[in-house]
Design a protein around this ligand. Sequence first.
Ligand code: S3P
Length: 171
Amino acid sequence: MKNIVLIGFMGVGKGSIAREIVKNSHYIAIDTDDLIESMQNRKIKKIFEQEGETFFRELEKNIALWLENSVNNTLISTGGGFYKVKNLKKIGTVILLDSPFEEILKRIHEHPHAKNKLKKRPLLSDMEAAKKLYELRRPEYLAIADVVIDVTNKSLEECSKEILNKVKKDA
Ligand code: S3P
């Protein structure tokens, strides 16, 4: 079983969908932001504040090398900028969770812990800038993905089923 690598913009539901896949399969899931936070013993927000984004991107590269060399049969959810690591495709089957920017914002705002979701993501502090980032990244996400899943208006269960069917077929 190859790894599954979930990519996509902040707030699109990578973590929630990963947790749903775990419920419906034998996959064990890990998350690149969680790995970085435990390795650094501080939150992503703090790392951005104290060290800046470039340092954070270096940490992502280190995690990517470790994933490529040491992790198999695993579902990997990633931070929204992780797709830029050079060895992404060597880590596993890359699955893009795709949705329009407005739908992603709606999803974040409808979440019971919306405030917290926004607070912990430094790149969502300025919505104009976030939209620009989305527009810049979307074609890059599409270009690197092996599989694109449109998650708009779909339940977690539907998304999870779609992804598992896709990887079964490709196995
Ligand atoms: C980032 C997304 C975040 C986190 C960091 C940077 C990005 O992860 O890695 O704040 O560049 O899009 P989520 O996509 O889980 O919010």
